[in-house]
Design a protein. Structure first.
Length: 500
């Protein structure tokens, strides 16, 4: 793959921003289109981890996307400078560096833009609904499963926010030319994390690029054009590895911060979990340093792990656990300048982000040839830093994601999405037919955005009535995916006559 193609500035539609005195680069235009879009603004009311959370502090999908964009730009700059310094590629120059950073900054903003309400649980709820109900649906006396192609069925059974994101920015966002936000192909290629269709994906594959699908059958032609213009040809865009690393760094550290703020675990529990999960002692020593006020982690009588290490290791030897009370930990560090656990954790997470950025930079430049040839199949973050990332994700999952409060909101979210799909899918199957829809179906059809209906009309202009069934069902998933958490909840309560 060549950077001149990877950073393609081609757009599917005419560039309406093309003015003689406009000095912005094509990727800067992409940035302004994204932040000015309604779809991007809706991310402020979509779940990152905690559905319908009322706290101003806890992250939404919007704040997460901003963090991924920021971390991604920094990572892209680090990688670019390393490529130039190490002279890995004569074609990679300062202009390439600027464009790489700009594309990653944009990709971070839209990497989750297709996610339905209620975060990743929303995706699972939609998949589960189709698994249960798709075999029961019929159209004009025929089973829908007999009408749809294998790929169309797999699209619904494996509904994926990443694929919906490509559909959203390339079609569903209102545009007279039918090209959505009309973003550059270089950016669209970067946001396709998995260059596989629903019939090509393999969740058990060792190759990280094959685990999920990256596009629906409805965008297959677009995907092919993007591949041709960017020269990726079935391979993951090299920039996507950077985007994925930035996403991992952002949510692994942020989820810990949010979970701590919400009281799912205390400082001592967190340290215990780091030891249990075999995080490198040097990383724990840094946390110890922030906790005791001795950032270098050195002092009289200390071993290489610091006071927290002494304490946890002694507890392990005594009773086989890593537990103990925070007061005991403080007693073990008597004479030290002790700061709050929260302050220490926040400083440590920031420092870990820097360490992870350095590691991801090395992961890219050390595997540059394999990445550029399309043969690299792992994540950028590796070694002890990969162990750290896994530990942080595991702690967040065990203490926050499986908590009773999350379970309650997920049950509510499932009820909301199930109800909306129960009503919306049968309604869209009656759309665009000679026989008018029923009274209630017509009312549900009125909830669908006019531009979604316009996209449907463009998409089925040359299709038979049977071939339109897939596109009709996409009207339902498009509508529900475009809802914010609050809108979906309020619509559910309004339609069920529930008053607060």
């Amino acid at each position: 793959m060549r950077w001149s193609q990877i950073l393609s500035t081609y757009r599917a539609g005419e560039d309406e921003d093309h003015l003689q005195n406009d000095l912005r680069s094509e990727f800067e235009k992409d940035y302004h289109r994204i932040i000015g879009s309604a779809s991007f603004r809706r991310l402020q009311d979509k779940t990152q981890v905690f559905p319908l959370d009322k706290s101003d502090f806890i992250r939404t999908r919007l704040t997460h996307s901003l963090e991924v964009s920021s971390i991604g730009r920094s990572l892209a700059q680090n990688i670019s400078e390393s490529i130039i310094d190490r002279r890995l590629d004569p074609s990679f120059n300062l202009e390439t560096e600027r464009n790489v950073a700009a594309v990653i900054e944009c990709a971070g903003l839209i990497h989750d833009i297709g996610n339905p309400p209620f975060g990743h649980f929303g995706e699972e709820a939609i998949r589960e609904w189709f698994a249960r109900h798709l075999p029961r649906l019929s159209y004009n006396g025929r089973a829908v499963t007999d009408i749809l192609t294998l790929q169309e069925k797999e699209d619904l059974l494996n509904f994926e926010g990443n694929a919906q994101g490509l559909r959203l920015v390339s079609k569903l966002h209102y545009a007279e030319n039918g090209c959505g936000l009309n973003l550059t192909y270089g950016l669209l290629s970067t946001m396709i994390k998995y260059p596989r269709s629903s019939v090509e994906m393999n969740p058990r594959a060792k190759d990280v690029t094959e685990k999920k699908m990256g596009y629906f059958r409805s965008e297959e032609e677009l995907f092919t054009r993007i591949q041709e213009k960017t020269g990726t040809k079935g391979r993951r865009n090299p920039l996507t590895f950077i985007l994925e690393a930035a996403d991992d760094i952002a949510y692994a550290t942020a989820d810990i911060e949010d979970a701590y703020k919400k009281g799912f675990f205390d400082f001592q529990t967190f340290v215990s979990e780091l030891w249990k999960r075999k995080v490198d002692p040097e990383f724990i020593e840094i946390l110890d340093g922030h906790y005791t006020g001795n950032v270098q982690g050195k002092g009289p009588g200390r071993n290489k792990w610091g006071a927290l290490g002494d304490y946890m290791m002694s507890r392990s030897r005594m009773d086989g656990t890593y537990g103990g009370t925070l007061r005991s930990s403080e007693a073990a560090m008597s004479g030290s300048q002790v700061s709050s656990g929260e302050s220490a954790l926040m400083k440590w997470l920031s420092e870990m982000q820097s360490i992870l950025l350095i590691n991801a930079t090395g992961g890219f430049v050390d595997n540059y040839k394999a990445i550029m040839s399309g043969t690299y199949s792992s994540e950028l973050i590796n070694g002890r830093e990969a162990v750290l990332i896994k530990a942080l994700k595991g702690i967040a999952y065990d203490y926050a994601f499986t908590s009773m409060s999350i379970y309650k909101t997920e049950i509510a979210a499932n009820n909301i999405l199930t109800y909306l799909l129960n009503k919306m899918v049968p309604a869209v199957l009656q759309y665009d037919r000679e026989t008018p829809p029923g009274l209630m179906e017509e009312k549900f059809l009125s909830l669908i955005s006019e531009n979604y209906l316009q996209v449907y009309e463009w998409s089925v202009s040359d299709k038979s009535d049977w071939q339109k069934v897939y596109n009709r069902i996409l009207l339902a998933t498009d509508t529900i995916s475009g809802m914010t958490d609050s809108y979906a909840r309020d619509l559910y309560t309004d339609l069920n006559g529930i008053t607060s």
